[in-house]
Write a new protein. Sequence first.
Length: 59
Amino acid sequence: MIYCIRGKGWFKHNGKHFDVSPNEFIIVHGTKEPMSYGADEQDPWTIYWVHFSGKNMHV
């Protein structure tokens, strides 16, 4: 999970582009598909970034 608290960023997955703004978050299920994300060059984001794991999580 990536939670944006300030600034802006972006996320790409499966050929789709998503803009991320303050008070928005991204949750990505475990996948082997390529993905990328990053901060906006003019207004870089400040984020909380959390990884979850456990034996009941499906990949």
